[in-house]
Write a protein that binds this ligand. Structure first.
Ligand SMILES: [Zn+2]
Length: 96
């Protein structure tokens, strides 16, 4: 539960810090990074609190993360790329 809360709250903080002029819109886009968890639907069991998402679900693998980093260099998708990377960082912290 706290984890999902962080997935919503952390992008809000970053949007507010770096895009104060239109942070609500940026927040909405960044929070969209949570859609990466659709890959959990293909896992059995779908949710396992003891399992680390990073490196397990296909949108949470290192090649996928490399793609998100590349997306940072494309201005049009930069914000959603940040959303994806924040998502990975939060999932990673959850693994520790
Ligand atoms: Zn995730």
């Amino acid at each position: 539960m706290i984890h999902i809360f962080l997935h919503v709250l952390v992008p809000a903080g970053i949007a507010y810090l770096f895009y104060r002029d239109n942070w609500l819109k940026v927040w909405a886009i960044m929070a969209g990074g949570i859609i990466l968890d659709v890959d959990h639907l293909f896992a059995v069991p779908m949710y396992d609190p003891g399992r680390c998402s990073i490196g397990f679900h296909f949108l949470h693998t290192y090649p996928a993360i490399a793609v998100y980093i590349i997306l940072l260099f494309i201005p049009k998708v930069r914000i959603i790329a940040w959303g994806f990377l924040i998502h990975m960082a939060l999932d990673y912290i959850a693994c520790l």
